[in-house]
Design a protein around this ligand. Sequence first.
Ligand code: NAD
Length: 501
Amino acid sequence: MKTIQHWIDGSPAPGAGPRTAPVFNPATGQEQARVALGGSADVDAAVTAAARASLEWSESSLTRRTQVMFAFRQLLVEHEEELGRIISAEHGKTVDDARGEIVRGREVVEFACGLGEVLKGGFSDQVSRGVDVHDFRQPLGVVAGITPFNFPAMVPLWMHPVAIATGNTFLLKPSERDPSAANFVAELYRRAGLPDGVFNVVHGDKEAVDAILGHPGIEAVSFVGSTPIATYVHETATRTGKRVQALGGAKNHAVVLPDADLEFAADHITAGAYGSAGERCMAVSVAVAVGTSADGLVEALERKAREVKVGPGDAPGTDMGPLVTQAARERVENAVGTAAAQGATVVVDGRGLKLDGHPECAAGFFTGPSLLDHVTAGMDAYREELFGPVLAVVRVDTLDKAIDLINANPYGNGTALFTGSGEAARRFQRRVRVGMIGVNVPVPVPMSYYSFGGWKDSLIGDSPIHGPEGIRFYTRPKVVTSRWPQPAQQDTAGFTFPTSH
Ligand code: NAD
């Protein structure tokens, strides 16, 4: 069976140790490969290569770095279908959905192609007589990214184009559940002309993560994943003196007001809840039905949930693929049972789904869409991040009560409001304690030239990802105060603290 290797210093590298983990095809339930699980020796080899490459790459011109980004972007366009199939085969999402994540990730490369514009510093002429001030930003050195299974291309793409374009060298530790996309991207970078050692991949689990967090040669760590691990990574890497950005889990609410177009809202909420089998950090997991919208909304959501076509991700016409692992399926189906036991109404029950017409998928990790009504804030189905195709409907009387509900939730990644009222939309976006907000847009993922990040338990620390915040995160500023005196105009030095004159 094939073993997926690390990628160090421009080529595949076998693991220094014997540990490997299975990589499944979630649609068939079959093990299709093994992935090397790295440890401190592998991380050290990657950091050594990255540090060596950093000497030249950090000195390369903006033109050279953007040329590599333009070439890399073009290769992502040409290989979108192939990369989409690689993702689908290990994650389970549909090929079209995988292509969507590649497109959104590619937008960050496009942002990095404009590096010459976004990395401009400031200049202040004549701050004192004969004295000017300017500032500029320099790369940190070797930086690392630790990423989740649910977007094996897009989430790393939130990080490495910005880090590399600003002159850093990069070590990626992708999810061990769908590792192949990382190696494919490494090969595309090589073909784009990126020097060996600038982009490296070490596969693995906690052992590799701990080796990264403790390595003195790594200046900064970007993490995206669940809140408990984000907290651990933030605390551990901060303690070892690294700069850290750590994005965590989510529970995203879509609020529907009585004046909304219910068909439109139900259509978009259904896609936002069950797309990628609910395994998106911006998935809609709670629909908040306000006042008289409730019965009509639940009727439309039920109708649309029953229309979702579940199947293997590479079959034409599939809306929703399997979950990533057998354990994920069991967790999600148990949560539906617990919701029923705690008093929720199971309007659509996705448990125990049997796929028609796909005998090869009999052992796949499928569950169907589930819709729960009359969910309350105390129920597990509301409190926990289920990360599966389960939509919970909570009924409230007013918009203000919906805002209070969202603000009391520990997560604050994304939220959406469906309404025809500008006043309600303005009140919602100003008062809600959430980082990314959609108005009649269910999955409001910001464009790459804005930054991505939630509030509260959805982002540990204070650094959102990509866009202007990405430039700030991967560079540190210098401010230069300079004077070029003419011999006849020498200022005399004074012993008091310097002030302008
Ligand atoms: P995860 O937290 O289990 O894993 C993320 C990364 O951490 C992986 O690389 C994994 O190998 C590593 N890891 C896992 N356990 C670890 C441990 N004990 N110690 C050290 N490292 C460990 O997350 P996941 O299941 O891969 O992804 C789903 C989660 O990611 C969800 O909570 C989802 O909301 C979140 N997510 C958040 C965003 C966001 O932008 N906020 C985006 C995507 C996913």
